[in-house]
Design a protein around this ligand. Structure first.
Ligand SMILES: NC(=O)c1ccc[n+]([C@@H]2O[C@H](COP(=O)([O-])OP(=O)(O)OC[C@H]3O[C@@H](n4cnc5c(N)ncnc54)[C@H](O)[C@@H]3O)[C@@H](O)[C@H]2O)c1
Ligand SMILES: [Zn+2]
Length: 363
């Protein structure tokens, strides 16, 4: 097991990473002393796969648990689902010291964390992320939110968990596309901050795609460590340090929006195309060598991710990128690679460059 500490004064917490942690989570959570009654937010598929293991370990440690189901899709991050969870919890929260466990991917983590942040002005919660993306990204850092029809993550707050337990053994039941989606974020961490991680991904892509546990433990820990460091430097997204986590996300979000958030491209796939596009922009601006850009694009492909978007219209992607929240004072803003382990934030990339990259390199 590996432990990473997130240092945030009185909001500090540990991230535990290792295979088989789920069945030990009862004892681990008991030691935290965050409450005597667990409300576990999850969905029906995860309950079926792992509900018994989780119930058993909690009850063995003297923590009764009640499972609360949410829909298995982004629809769970809605006002209706959040309100219904709050009402249900309040109906049995009598003389109990309730805390929340979010058992699932980013969707469960975001809505469960949101409920924890507002119920009784905040109750403790533990993240047990079950997707690769959630283990390396969404479960860490305290951004919790629900969506409104007009935009994703529009209602939310910063509310840190008390603990993150990442059992890498859970990744083996994830559908292949979901694994790739998490891998896109892991490539991102390599490019922005960690050439050792990047080289490891290059050398071990086959093992990783087979869910080799030692490899998974290493890449999840290396990524979680980077996310934790960035969050420590910019907990509330104010100093600009968190911005480098958006590498690949400007074009990525535009592709997701242009594809109308359909199943055509999931988040990681869109980010993969976005990273590939950022390499193209950086190369045209003379920021990165052909060789380094080629290395990044080859790794994206080696890990089974797309580097080009098919079936989305150039104009739709272009228009969507104009609405990106990273636009500041009307100027676009891109996180561009300079070499592996170094990125630069560039404002005001000429329109002609963006259009040329969209047209000639990624669409
Ligand atoms: N809070 C943040 O900082 C942050 C960061 C990135 C993304 N997000 C959010 O995360 C969400 C996406 O999260 P996600 O990619 O984890 O998707 P997800 O939560 O929708 O999970 C993907 C699918 O995998 C299934 N699943 C989960 N774990 C499984 C397992 N171990 N075995 C088998 N199936 C499993 C789920 O039931 C679901 O169908 C988005 O809503 C996004 O906005 C939040
Ligand atoms: Zn992302």
């Amino acid at each position: 097991m590996r432990t990473i500490k997130v240092h945030l004064k009185d909001r500090s917490y540990d991230i535990l990473i290792g295979r088989g942690l789920l069945k030990k989570s009862g004892a681990i959570i008991k030691r935290l002393d965050v409450g005597n009654y667990a409300v576990c937010i999850t969905n029906a598929s995860l309950l079926k796969l792992y509900g018994n293991v989780l119930r058993k370990t909690l009850e063995k440690s003297g923590i009764p648990v009640r499972f609360e189901m949410v829909p298995d899709s982004e629809k769970a991050k809605s006002e209706g689902v959040a309100t219904s969870l709050i009402r249900r919890i309040s109906s049995y929260d009598k003389r109990k010291n309730i805390f929340i466990i979010n058992f699932g991917g980013g969707v469960v983590g975001d809505v469960g964390g949101f409920v924890a942040s507002v119920y009784k002005r905040g109750i403790p919660y533990v993240q047990i992320p079950t997707t690769l993306l959630a283990q390396v990204d969404s479960a860490i850092g305290g951004k919790v939110a629900i969506d409104l029809p007009i935009a994703k993550n529009l209602v939310g707050s910063f509310y840190q968990p008390r603990l993150v337990i990442s059992d890498t053994g859970l990744i083996s039941s994830l559908p292949h596309r979901q694994i790739s989606s998490g891998l896109a974020e892991i490539i991102k961490y390599g490019v922005i901050k960690d050439r050792t991680l990047f080289a490891f991904l290059e050398r071990n892509h086959k093992k990783i795609l087979r869910c080799d546990n030692a490899s998974l433990e290493y890449i999840v820990s290396a990524s979680a460590r980077i996310k934790a460091k960035v969050v420590e430097q910019d907990e509330f997204d104010r100093t600009g340090k968190r911005a480098i986590l958006n590498f690949g996300h400007t074009i990525g979000h535009a592709i997701e929006a242009a594809a109308k958030y359909s199943n055509r491209y999931n988040h990681g796939e869109a980010v993969a195309i976005g990273m590939s596009g950022s390499c193209g922009i950086a190369r045209r601006l003379g920021l990165i060598s052909q060789k380094d850009a080629g290395r990044i694009i080859s790794l994206i492909a080696a890990l089974g991710l797309p580097t080009k978007a098919k079936g989305v219209r150039l104009q739709a992607v272009y228009n969507a990128h104009l609405h990106d929240k990273k636009f500041i004072h009307g100027k676009n803003r891109f996180v561009l690679p300079v070499r592996v382990e170094k990125v630069k934030i560039v404002e005001g990339v000429p329109d002609a460059v963006i259009r040329a990259v969209l047209k000639e390199e990624i669409l």
